[in-house]
Design a protein around this ligand. Structure first.
Ligand code: ADP
Length: 396
């Protein structure tokens, strides 16, 4: 097991500015990783289209997005496994575009562990150190330390096939960290593990993060809970582009696009028309959703008649017994008919077809709350503080 020594959690640091070539001593150390307008193409496929991304020293940035959105390609470009067709890549302020993976000294952990099958665990961990031709005694000490850090010191003499998936992934992490990388890249490191082991390893990765405050990490995942748990900032990827980047709280509470609202937290999106002038920056707007009035946080300015989408996450709805007539006049209350009910252990998930608006919304009912049955008429109500507007033009 990794050490779970308690240290204060770092605050979500703002990214440091890139240093300019002015000759003046910079206020900040350079960014650990910087991608400037990086594009990667495979034949006719654009896998990455002009990505700008900055990762500060000691920061963890998660690349989160659906399959095929370019996350792994971004990681491969940082590691040097893929060369960009355009743009520059900087590590610690130094332009490394065109250099080999070995020259970059980055630690990489992939989904499939990728241990050398014929080599013992200690030899796997020593591999990068031997390649750097370090003295034997130094290699042995470092291997021991790394295996202890991931709780695998008792397995040093085994072969990878004698270990479970979780154990192999711990060894892969030890191997990646053995070379003292300035940057650790993790590509879906938990997705080959079963659910309970994944949860356990997530806690261990959290502890590891605290153990290694200097290392910058880039963590590719399609799993929002991993991103929310580990990342200082989350970069949401979509169709080879960066959709949005921010702290978990910023993206979760105030998503700037319908795509982010839906992908991170599964918000339902309802078409809305503004009825008031609002200046944005978190003021409450009044909008019409069909014939129903709703109040919602508006992160951007709106004028009467402007279109937007109302985003409401499944847990933000309250379910009341109801009828279509009761709710039409009440702010933030929408009538609907329950289409399906799923028991999910910690509560129930409903799909509710709204009446008068051709939309289906997802609603999470906590445990111990009354649960309607399919066909029931209900009124869905939401606190305006938990309803946020996103731009209408964006189709998730
Ligand atoms: P993600 O990691 O978000 O699932 P990828 O970066 O793996 O996405 O892929 C982005 C796009 O590039 C996809 O359309 C994928 O099919 C394509 N792609 C990735 N690797 C290759 C490759 N080696 N050859 C051809 N196309 C590729």
């Amino acid at each position: 097991m990794l050490s779970t020594k308690k240290k204060p959690r770092r605050t979500h640091a703002a990214p440091l500015r890139p240093t300019q070539g002015s000759g003046v001593v910079p206020d900040h150390p350079p960014n650990a990783v910087e991608l400037r307008n990086v594009s990667v193409t495979y034949g006719t496929t654009t896998a990455l289209a002009g990505l700008d991304l900055v990762v500060a020293c000691g920061e963890t940035v998660a690349l989160l997005g659906p399959s095929g959105s370019g996350k792994s390609t971004a990681l491969k470009a940082i590691a040097g496994f893929e060369q960009p067709s355009g743009g520059r890549i900087l590590l610690d302020g130094e332009d490394v575009t065109g250099t080999s993976p070995a020259q970059r000294g980055i630690g990489v952990v992939v989904q499939s562990y990728a241990l050398f099958p014929h080599m013992r665990i200690d030899a796997n961990v020593a591999y990068g150190l031997k390649a750097r031709k370090l003295p034997k005694a130094q290699i042995a000490a470092r291997v021991k330390l790394m295996l202890e850090m991931v709780g695998m010191e008792d397995h040093a003499h085994k072969l990878p096939r004698q270990l479970s998936g979780g154990q192999q992934q711990r060894v892969a992490i030890a191997r990646a960290l053995a070379i003292k990388p300035r940057v650790l890249l993790l590509d879906e490191p938990l997705s080959a593990l079963d659910a309970s082991l994944r949860a356990e390893m997530l806690i261990e990765l959290q502890a590891l993060r605290v153990e290694l405050p200097e290392i910058a990490m880039v963590y590719v995942t399609h799993d929002q809970s991993e991103a929310l748990t580990l990342a200082d900032r989350i970069a949401v990827m979509r169709n080879a582009r960066l959709e949005e980047i921010g702290t978990a709280a910023q993206l979760y509470d105030r998503p700037a696009s319908a795509f982010t609202a839906k992908f991170l937290g599964g918000a339902s999106l309802l078409p809305a028309v503004s009825t008031t002038v609002v200046s944005g920056a978190g003021t409450l707007a009044s909008v019409m959703v069909g014939a129903h009035r709703m109040r919602a946080v508006a992160p951007f300015a709106l004028f009467p008649g402007d279109r937007a989408k109302v985003a409401v996450r499944p847990h933000a709805w309250q379910v009341l017994p109801g009828s279509p007539e009761i709710s039409a006049s009440t702010v933030n209350s929408l009538p609907g008919r329950v289409e399906s009910v799923q028991w999910r252990g910690a509560g129930h998930r409903l799909q509710v077809d709204l009446i008068g608006i051709a939309e289906r919304v997802t609603v999470d009912v906590p445990a111990l709350s009354p649960v309607p049955t399919p066909g029931d008429l209900v009124v869905l109500s939401a606190d305006p503080a938990h309803v946020v507007l996103v731009p209408a033009g964006d189709t998730p």
